[in-house]
Design a protein around this ligand. Structure first.
Ligand code: HPA
Ligand code: ZN
Length: 336
């Protein structure tokens, strides 16, 4: 089963590039930028990665991102993630980045996007990996700040596919960003949003009815409202589920209670993703393996999840066809 998971080509639809910042690279960049970080050893860093909730994690995540200053830093960060994609057979990825995490510290939008773009071109060239960018607004900040970010993004509009909404969910409902999402859609960005990770089902309703999202990030808590489940199925909205993240942030007590299989059984188009792999202990294959073992998922289930990842990506119809052919090549190999 693990070989099957590893061999399958996959798409990742929920990944924060700042969350792929491995401690080793963080030390290296902190040193070259002469920034103090509150850890002396990699072991100390790993010990700090014990979270009791989303906010606990976010505090450490923003602190880590604080060492990123130069275009080269963003390039190095993204190249390290693409290398993991290559190792995990992720052939298409939709990468979220949080401009405000950097612009709030005085780093130019341009520095961030140029570093990421340089890595994207190189990853395509070196490993054939396709990737799209999702610019995520930080929901603990104001809608005005999101509008400022939207404005800064416009010269780079052709490089960005989608807008998202992340950070502290409780107390920051999707409706707070109604206007900026409308304006973002007018600029051609596809809307997605984190909803129902920690927040209540009302936030998922708002994400779909008010922000009119094309996909829901996390969305696990939709199972608490049968009408919502029916609506998600009816509107054919995919969920980008992140098993190891859910476990590490205590949204799931033990993996055997993870809602993934229930979501699939309800007819929801769920996908598996790594969210912030450097913080939650694993990239794509590790997420698949963890949830497969805990929930005893069949090969059919794995195949459904992988097909969902391509079908509900923002790739073109033509690209999707090619991706699915590659998936079936591997399936046939394993069946022969
Ligand atoms: N949830 C909300 N905000 C985030 C996350 C997440 O899982 N990762 C990075 N920012
Ligand atoms: Zn996320």
């Amino acid at each position: 089963m693990n070989d099957f998971i590893a061999a399958l080509p996959k798409a990742e639809l929920h990944l924060h590039i700042e969350g792929s910042f491995e401690p080793e690279l963080m030390f290296e960049i902190a040193q070259r930028n002469q920034i103090e970080i509150p850890y002396k050893t990699i072991d100390e860093v790993k010990k700090a990665y014990q979270f009791s909730c989303l906010q606990d994690f976010l505090d450490i995540y923003y602190a880590g991102a604080g060492v990123l200053i130069h275009e080269q830093d963003f390039y190095d960060l993204a190249m390290a993630y693409y290398q993991k994609c290559y190792e995990n057979n992720v052939i298409h990825t939709e990468i979220m980045f949080d401009p405000q995490t950097h612009t709030e510290r005085g780093i130019a939008f341009e520095t961030v996007i140029n570093g990421l773009q340089k890595a994207r071109l190189e990853a395509k060239e070196k490993w054939g990996i396709n990737s799209l960018f999702i610019m995520s607004y930080l929901r603990h900040l104001s809608e005005e700040s999101a509008f400022e970010t939207l404005k800064q993004s416009l010269p780079y509009k052709d490089l960005i596919t989608s807008v998202g909404l992340d950070s502290s969910e409780m107390g920051n409902p999707p409706i707070k960003f109604k206007n900026v999402f409308e304006a973002s859609v007018k600029e051609g960005y596809i809307p997605v949003a984190h909803a129902g990770e920690e927040g209540p089902t009302e936030y998922i309703w708002e994400a779909i009815d008010v922000l009119k999202v094309a996909r829901i990030d996390h969305g696990n808590r939709c199972l608490e409202d049968e009408n919502l489940v029916n609506e998600i199925v009816k509107r054919d909205l995919a969920l980008t589920v992140c098993p190891l993240s859910n476990l590490e942030l205590r949204n799931t007590d033990v993996m055997t209670n993870h809602p993934l299989k229930k979501l699939l059984d309800k007819g929801i188009k769920a996908t598996v993703n790594s969210d912030d792999p450097a913080y939650f202990g694993g990239y794509m294959n590790a997420n698949f393996v963890a949830v497969q073992e805990a929930l005893n998922l069949s090969k059919e289930d794995i195949l459904t999840l992988v097909k969902n990842s391509f079908n509900y990506s923002f790739a073109t119809y033509e690209q999707k066809k090619i991706y699915l052919e590659k998936v079936y090549e591997v399936v046939n190999e394993f069946n022969s």
